[in-house]
Design a protein around this ligand. Sequence first.
Ligand code: ARG
Length: 488
Amino acid sequence: MDESNADSVVRRDRFSGGPARGFLSSLDADERIFEADLAVDRAHVVMLTERGIVDDETAESILDALEVIEAAGHDALPAGEDVHEAIETAVVERVGADGGRMHTARSRNDEVATCIRFRLREDVLDALEATLVLRESLRTVASDHAETLAPGYTHLQPAQPTTVGHWALSYERAVARDTARLLDAYDRVDASPLGAAAFAGTTFDVDRRRTAELLGFSTVLENAMDAASSRDFLLETTGALSTLATTLSGLAEDLLVFANRGFVEIADDYASTSSIMPQKKNPDTLELVRAVAGDAAAGVTGSTTTLKGLPRAYNRDLQRATPHVWRTVDAVTEATGVAAGAVVTAEWNAETLAGAADEGFSTATGVADLLAQRGVPFRTAHEVVAQAATDADAGGTPIREALADAASAHLEDSLDSYVEAEALDAALDAEASVASRDSAGGPAPVAMAEQLEAVGESLAADREAIADRAGLLEAADELRMEVVSTYV
Ligand code: ARG
């Protein structure tokens, strides 16, 4: 036993001790999975012992050594090609050759895949939590400003009046889909490759379900070759994060434009200043949030390019695919939190917003709708209002006059034979215009009330889905520690 172990150490030195040693090593990047590897080691040793593959006494010394190694931390690990090798070396240093039994019936291939998934679950849960916080912020803005008039844009040109609340809920809904995508990704990360060994299974009578249970995985990846080789969960997770980052970038851009027009003031905590221009207050945090879409795209491109065309089963390229997901999840989770803070602390300037809400004849669609409701074909109504808009724009003709002229030119009867003055006044008024758009999902107060209620329900359901998953992880941590404590 002693000899074969010493042999393997020697062999490793022979192959990876040269000038490429640093290039081969993932030890620094593996700090991220230090705790995960200890958990995986513990679950594996417990299972081996329960299966009679490792005796109780050996299990005890290995599990004891893992405690000491954990307390000393990642930085105290001996040299090694990666965290898996370094921890094993540290175990052997403490336990002697019997420590090498820890690596019975497994490979670093299934080990690393398990560690990445184990750690990533936690990180995706953090990202999910951040989406909830952002959605809560948006919901707060939406209910506080359900009736605060605001200009709505298409092509960044004044289009139709709406409300700040309607705008805020539009982003809440988009982030809700990002939550759903991340939950979906989570459920596919949450599967155990452990027991696949190098890729072809093992001659030992392992219990893959037991290690999965001890690590809190909901399921086992059945095919061993798939388990050791596949990293589609990295693509899916970076993809979901990148979609979230794209949503964030739009939100940030809107706020930047709104701040530029004086519609909203970003709180000092989310602003920065200039090193030369003393009067400046710049919305830098939102610019950085907008830029994180670039980080996320880098994660998607980096991992996709690394994984593309890899043959079965394990290839060392996989080592370089992993850091992309850490960088992406860190950047996007942080940006989501910052966006939430910037949104909920921003001050909306109702007066400026109301002034801008009917800029550029933004109520024109409502006037055309009114004519259409009074029997004019919508396309004709559109022409009448378009003509009036052009005349009012060019000649400074008051809009009511321009409408009357355009109606006489295009319709059989005069404007007032179609619409009474009061109805026209209402159609031309931004607030009344908003109130009249009460179809499902619209900005009218009744439609907003319905949406706010649905959003509340959706938030509660997602909060529960996330808490359930976090609860399963906690329960598994407790179970594992409890089982381990029966040995040490
Ligand atoms: N550091 C490696 C990685 O991240 C661990 C697996 C090494 N396996 C091997 N066959 N060299 O992928």
